[in-house]
Design a protein around this ligand. Sequence first.
Ligand code: PXP
Length: 239
Amino acid sequence: MKQLGVNIDHIATLRNARGEFHPDPVYAAKFVKKAGADSITIHLREDRRHIKDLDAKKICSLDNLKVNLEISTNPKIVDIALKIKPNFACIVPENRKEVTTEGGLNLKKNKFKLKKIIQKLKKNNIRSSLFINPSISDIQISKELNTDCIEIHTGHLSNLIKSNKKYKNELKKIIKCSVLAKKLGIKVHAGHGLDYKTTKVLSKINEIEEFNIGHYLIGESIFYGLSKVIKNFKKIIKK
Ligand code: PXP
């Protein structure tokens, strides 16, 4: 059964717009779980633009909630992750000027650093994931790095679908990478830019076990409510 991870960073963005306490990401984490999400995702960015240290700490200490913490390779952020012990950690590239994560990790350039972080995560029983572009060579390097999972960046595919452009080649790349990763014993996740339509396209790929969805899901919730939108996504990803 495919899993749905809900990214609640945007709840923190809304809270921070007022500099007060509402809406509370900790409450959101519990609410999202009750509404049927299989896990929640938070990204503790180096600039703390949305989720703050205390949010991450409190969310990771909640019972019966699977937390996926997105982290950069910054040693200070990695140390925080090891301390607050999320269930899962997904290593993502981070660039101070970007609005959101723009692409996958440069695995070739950061091999050594990533290997060390994955080893530390494993030692602490934290499931490791690498956010990567759909590239066969990145799947091969992911195997070398001994990561538990990869999350394929679906931003490019999503943009093509949303702008009614030809997307079959990009989809084929994602399918090929998913098949190879699974064959090599790496769990396959997908995320970025997903809406109902793009999720439906990707849900047909058997190898993808988890979807991590944020911006569209939270945006739709303004109109239809979090519970309803989570249920809609769960229906779409159900095989
Ligand atoms: N997965 C990863 C690794 C991400 O960095 C993000 C964006 O924070 C997402 C999934 C969710 O993307 P979106 O907000 O576009 O659904």
